[in-house]
Design a protein around this ligand. Sequence first.
Ligand code: 16G
Length: 244
Amino acid sequence: MKKHDSPVPLYVQIKDYIRLNIQNGIYAVNERIPSERQLAEQFGVNRLTVSKALSELTQEGLIYSSVGKGTYVSPAKIDQALQSLTSFTEEMTSRGKKASSSVLYSGVEPANEEVAKALSILPGVEVVVLHRVRMADSMPIALEKSHILYALCPGILENHDFSRESLYNVLRKEYHLRLTHAHQAIEAHTAGEDEREVLDAGPCTPILRITRVTYNDNEQPIEYVRSSYRGDRYKFYTVLRQID
Ligand code: 16G
């Protein structure tokens, strides 16, 4: 099975083997995979090599370990197509998951330089700030820090409970704001201290940091959001077509 003369390092071969077994359903979701010792015997390698393979697969979110109990196959990542402007609630609902949030902070503040630039306003102008941990079926998925020009949605924090309500829904239905398009950037990082704490992540957990500015049909910026998504639980995909 393993090829000692292959240019592909042994731990990578073991990773590929486990990944393939997961993809083919041979190792099923939430089921235990062979132990480090069994894999080491099967591949004729030392346990350190297997341990390296398992630790990288853990970081990639394919498997997880339970102390003293073994290593298990993770549930599939939640994936989001980068094509349409959707809210977290819409994304989760369309997958049959229940969206909820834990509100870490909410308030009205003067915009700092960064927020002012993103929203095309002057620093010091009042913005609504909302920090939420977003959850799918009670599992923490992302930390989102949203900023919206206060003048566009006065009273929003007093009248709504964003631990259960959708921000986009309120902005659209109550404040009649048309959210038509967004500019979004995605960068990879490992979890920082605040992300580790609120997302229940480890120091090596991959994080997708996203910044989004959402506009109305007059090109007016409506919201500026900085999010941190757990890269081991979430993935973004896009369809690419050849330009004629
Ligand atoms: C999504 C958006 C975020 C928006 C939120 C509203 C990304 C990366 N971000 O999470 O910008 O504020 O949805 O969600 O997709 P809500 O309507 O469920 O509160």
